[in-house]
Design a binder for this molecule. Structure first.
Ligand code: AMP
Length: 601
């Protein structure tokens, strides 16, 4: 499935169309310098400038270009990265007006991110009208944090009045690299305690215990925790009130200082870019050295704390621009972690280079109990895949269940045979109408006589047909002593016959005894929804209360006269312990709900 992923940030917009199966990037469009003089670039091509500044103008210029370029790409949905999902969202969700309002209301918790994310969503909806728009939240993966980790030690009343708690961020990245790590070491994430260090411009660290995030360093906002490019991370809250008093700063000024002028930039006094800082440190800049020391020290401190939180650790994963590319920072963080069982292999650490073809690389010794891994994060791909999963789930949910009916043994007769059994001029009389339009169970029954045994009363189904056809189950066959082939209705050629007895006579029918091929009746409209055509053969899982069962080799029959219904015989019904109201669903051979591929754009 092709998903358009949009990450609408405060000064740039990244968008990509991604094939979620292969991970291939089909089209990429970035907008830089949105607030100064926006520059749009598609697939690394020439920069297209936009005269007006701001997100609205930039997106109004960029989206038509994107539509033009992606005409043949068949986009199924748009996945939007949304920073804060608050308490409301623990998984991706399709965006409607109500969801937009909730994202808007959460802006007070993420004033720098949510309003811009929402603006991106609303603009994208104007241009991509026909496809679903989904929100994937940075906070969602951390919704599993236990109360003891989520709760700040402040008054209960204040906390609940303003929803103050630890939410955590970079969830998409932490989840992605933890899964990649488990895959890399051929193990199940649910058996591992993993510490993931996302070290980029923003930095955070998470403790992932058996697949669930149980601790993370960012809190109610993305300001808490590690020292970052320009953000302070942890700081004694007393310093804030102290500075407010001494400098007379407003909340906005304080916000600016902590978010934009602290971290690596604040300590080094020169740069927020780790590459610059490393270079300056190498040239003897003491402030740059201190910035590196503070940065690495705090990560080590958190690793120790998170190992304690989980009662141990099995893997430590490094990602983000710094985690993926800086052997020096990984070395400083991982040296002397032997006490935890993590033994760094410095040669491997030094030499490793991540790339598209080698997105993960181990840098611990073979005998290291704790595995150390550098892993290229791919939040866009993760958003695309989460979106695709939601689209599939929604489609599956919108596919109607197939009612299942059990056909007891019955017979269809032609006029000639009927009159021989019931007398010249006799007519069938209706006892009960059947679910298929125009069909009915008649009051009249016949005796069926086989070589071994007979059935006294076999119901005739009306109206009369051009050919005789007795439909029985496998058990009935054994009882009567007849070898009946499995056939679709109407295909009676070369089938065995039997003796029929009615009130006015006895008839030997030459053929017509069959075991009905289990089948589904549906209209052409249904066939479109299920993505099948007449005479297709499918697998159907019966969701009976008692015992679910998957039937292979089910025939599809399509006609405008039909009503959606699956017909099985009594043996099959018994096997699945079918009760009233049982339904079926088309499934793939692995038992997973089958998607109507034709419906998925
Ligand atoms: P991100 O936000 O994930 O793009 O990460 C950006 C950060 O990664 C910046 O601080 C960059 O200086 C840093 N970074 C990128 N490449 C390297 C490198 N080779 N060595 C050290 N830091 C790097």
């Amino acid at each position: 499935m092709n998903i358009l992923v949009i990450n609408c940030g405060s000064s740039s917009v990244k968008s990509e169309i991604i094939d979620t199966i292969t991970g291939e990037r089909l089209l990429e469009m970035n907008i830089q310098r949105v607030n100064e003089s926006p520059e749009i670039q598609i697939d690394g091509g020439e920069l297209i400038s936009c005269k007006k500044t701001g997100h609205k103008a930039a997106l109004d210029k960029a989206f038509p270009l994107l539509i033009e370029k992606s005409r043949d790409l068949n986009i199924s949905a748009v996945g939007h990265r949304v920073a804060h999902g608050g308490k409301d969202f623990d998984e991706p969700i399709e965006i409607n007006d109500e969801i937009e309002n909730i994202i808007d209301n959460l802006s007070s918790l993420a004033p720098l991110h949510n309003p811009i994310n929402l603006l991106g969503i609303r603009k994208a909806k104007e241009y991509f009208k026909e496809i679903p728009h989904l929100a994937v939240f940075d906070t969602a993966f951390h919704s599993t944090l236990p109360r003891r980790a989520k709760t700040y030690a402040i008054s209960n009343e204040l906390a609940s009045k303003y929803d103050i708690q630890r939410y955590g961020f970079h969830g998409t990245s932490h989840e992605y690299v933890a899964k990649e790590a488990a895959k890399f070491f051929h193990t199940d994430i649910q058996e591992q305690r993993i510490i993931t260090c996302h070290l980029g411009n923003g930095c955070s660290i998470a403790a992932i215990e058996y697949g669930r995030s149980v601790e993370t360093s960012m809190g109610m906002t993305p300001l808490e925790g590690l020292a970052m490019g320009t953000r302070s991370g942890d700081i004694d809250p007393g310093i804030l009130t102290f500075l407010m008093k001494k400098e007379g700063w407003s909340p906005e000024e304080l916000d600016q200082i902590l978010n934009k002028k602290s971290g690596l930039l604040g300590i080094s006094g020169s740069s927020n870019d780790m590459r610059d800082i490393i270079q300056r440190a190498g040239n003897g800049d003491d402030n740059a050295r201190l910035a590196i020391q503070v940065f690495a020290h705090r990560i080590r401190k958190y690793i120790g704390a998170y190992a304690a939180v989980m009662g141990g650790v099995d893997m430590i994963v490094f990602t983000g621009g710094i985690g993926e590319n800086s052997p020096m920072i990984r070395h400083r963080v991982c040296q002397r972690l032997d006490f935890l069982g993590a033994i760094i292999n410095d040669d491997k650490n030094h030499d490793l280079k991540l790339s598209k073809t080698q997105p993960n690389a181990e840098f611990s010794w073979n005998h290291s109990k704790v595995k150390l891994l550098a892993c290229k994060t791919d939040e866009q791909l993760s958003i695309a895949r989460q979106s695709a999963k939601l689209v599939e789930k929604t489609k599956v949910n919108s596919i109607p269940p197939i009612p299942v009916a059990i056909s007891a043994r019955h017979i269809h007769l032609c006029k000639e045979t009927f009159e021989e059994l019931f007398g010249k001029g006799a007519t069938l009389t209706e006892k009960k109408s059947l679910s298929q339009p125009g069909q009915f169970a008649a009051n009249e029954t016949v005796k069926v006589i086989g070589p071994k045994n007979s059935f006294e009363t076999v119901r005739i189904l009306g109206p009369l047909r051009s050919k005789n056809q007795l439909e029985i189950s496998r058990t009935d066959e054994f009882f009567l002593g007849i070898d009946a082939p499995i056939r679709e209705s109407g295909k009676t050629g070369n089938s065995p016959g039997c003796i029929l007895e009615g009130p006015k006579g006895k008839v030997q029918i030459r053929d017509g005894v069959i075991c009905a091929w289990r089948h589904i009746h549906m209209t052409p409209q249904d066939a479109e929804i299920f993505g099948v055509k007449d005479r297709d053969v499918v697998d159907v899982k019966i969701n009976s209360k008692e015992r679910s069962l998957t039937f292979g080799n089910v025939l599809i029959r399509v006609s405008p006269k039909y009503k959606l219904e699956m017909h099985i015989d009594t043996d099959e019904g018994n096997a699945a312990e079918i009760s009233r109201g049982a339904t079926g669903a088309l499934v793939d051979t692995d038992g997973e709900a089958r998607l109507t591929k034709k419906k998925l754009r």
